[in-house]
Every structure is written in C-alpha cells, then in structure tokens.
Design a protein around this ligand. Structure first.
Ligand code: Z5A
Length: 215
C-alpha cells in the first residue's frame, strides 16, 4: 500500500499557482515587492529556474518536436523540480531568505494528475522522494477556464501545454480546487476574475496574514 507523503513544511516558501491566464505575473511582482521590504528574496519559476531546468522547460513546452508521453512529461517536471530545489530553493531557505516560486509541486498534481490522469499515488511518491518539502503558503489564482483562455488568446502564441483542449483545463482547475480543499492550512484561493489590482491586493493581504501567523 502507498504511504501518504511525508513532506517538510517550509514557512518561508511561498508558491503561486493557477490555470491559464490566471494573472500570476502581476501578482508575483506585488508579492516580491512586499517581501523585499524586509530583505533578500529568491524568486523562481517552474518548470525551470536553473540553467539545466530551463533546458528541461524548453523540452517540455516546445510544440514542434515529438510530444512526450504523459509519464515522460511527469518525470521531466520532477527532474526540473529536483534540480531547482537542490540548486536554488534549499540553499536560499538555508540562508533564511523568503522564496517565491511561480508554480511548484501542486502544478504537477493539477496538470499531470488532474489534466493528464497520471496516478496520484505515483505523484505523491515522486514528491516525497525528489522534493521533500512543501510550501508554507500557496496562493491559488482561480479563474473560470473560458475567462483565462480568452486572456491568453490576446497574447497570440501558445506553447505545447497551452494548446490543450478546454476539457483539459477544466480538469486542471478542478484538481487545483481539490488540492486547496485538501490542504486548507497552506492554500488561499483568490478570485482571479477580479481586476488585476484587486487580485494583487488579495494576494499581498494573504501573505501578510501568513507572515503574522509565523512571526
Ligand atoms: N506545468 C505543468 O504542467 N506541470 C508542472 O508541474 C509545472 C508546470 C510546474 C508553463 O508554466 C506550463 O507548465 C504551464 C503549466 C505547466 N502550462 N500551461 N498551460 P508557466 O507558469 O510558465 O505558464 P503559464 O501558466 O502559461 O504562465 P503565464 O503564461 O505567464 O500566465 P500567467 O502568469 O498566469 O498570466 P499573465 O501573463 O500574468 O496574464 C495573462 C494575460 O492576462 C495578460 O495579457 C494579462 O494582461 C491578462 N490579465 C492578467 N490578470 C488579469 C486580470 N485580473 N484581469 C484581466 N486580464 C488579466
């Protein structure tokens, strides 16, 4: 029988999650500015965040070459993540810094688990073995799929995963909301259909409450 994942909670690791067009970029800038008032902040993204992990990102998102099968996609996401944790996140946390990550393991549960249908127990095992930590705070920018996709259409280009069908993104959204419901102690769900300034303000407010709770 599969054992439940045993992960070390890292209070100073803050992650931002959401589906297509959720508006992570604006929110990240606001969160970064809030944290930088008090010292160094390490900001990163997934997949990617180190030179090697960025190469893996290119492999994952390039729509022009052979598409990876679902398990290859899952393993490449975790390969990128293992490298990022070892090279960037763990050292920054050890230095006592805040770490802000544009996506983390919850994205694999949502996209590869919910979207692709990969075995959730396998994802738990990969998370335990190759990541070992979980965020202290995860902000989920939630937006209806049609609203998010309409925003992305305005950008004019789509990578391999962004080119998926609406049903895929509906499954991703449902998986994210299920993760949030299952982990209420670290998730805050934000209505990302609001104007950008309101979404950013709600995110900063959640960050302040989190910081007060661990002070
Ligand atoms: N992925 C995965 O499958 N498994 C994993 O484990 C991980 C990732 C880690 C790359 O991630 C892909 O990898 C991603 C998930 C998958 N694929 N997809 N699809 P990414 O985070 O780099 O890619 P992304 O999600 O597509 O990020 P993005 O393109 O940067 O989107 P965003 O940051 O959420 O959105 P944005 O650029 O801030 O905003 C998008 C547009 O909406 C832009 O024109 C804004 O002006 C507009 N916008 C933003 N907010 C608003 C509001 N509130 N109102 C109106 N308009 C808005």
């Amino acid at each position: 029988m599969t054992q439940p994942a045993v992960l070390r909670r890292e209070p100073k690791l803050v992650t931002l999650e959401g589906g297509e067009g959720a508006g992570k970029s604006t929110v990240l800038a606001a969160l970064r500015a809030e944290l930088e008032r008090d010292g160094a902040v390490t900001c990163t993204r997934e997949p990617g965040g180190t030179p090697l992990a960025e190469r893996i990102r290119e492999l994952l998102l390039d729509p022009t070459h052979e598409a990876p099968c679902d398990r290859t996609e899952l393993l490449l996401m975790f390969a990128s993540r293992a490298q990022l944790v070892a090279q960037v996140i763990a050292p920054a946390l050890k230095r006592g810094e805040w770490v802000l990550s544009d996506r983390f393991t919850d994205a694999s549960h949502a996209y590869q688990g919910g979207g692709r249908g990969c075995d959730p127990h396998l994802i738990d095992v990969l998370e335990t073995e190759f990541v070992g930590i979980e965020p202290g705070l995860t902000l989920l920018l939630d937006v209806p799929v049609d609203v998010g996709l309409a925003r992305m259409r305005g950008r004019g280009h789509a990578d391999r995963i962004e080119s998926e069908q609406v049903e895929f993104f509906e499954r991703v959204r449902a998986a994210y909301l299920a993760r949030a419901a299952a982990h209420p102690q670290r998730f805050v769900v934000i209505d990302a259909s609001q104007p950008p300034a309101d979404v950013a303000a709600a995110a900063v407010d959640a960050l302040r409450r989190h910081r007060a709770s661990i002070a």
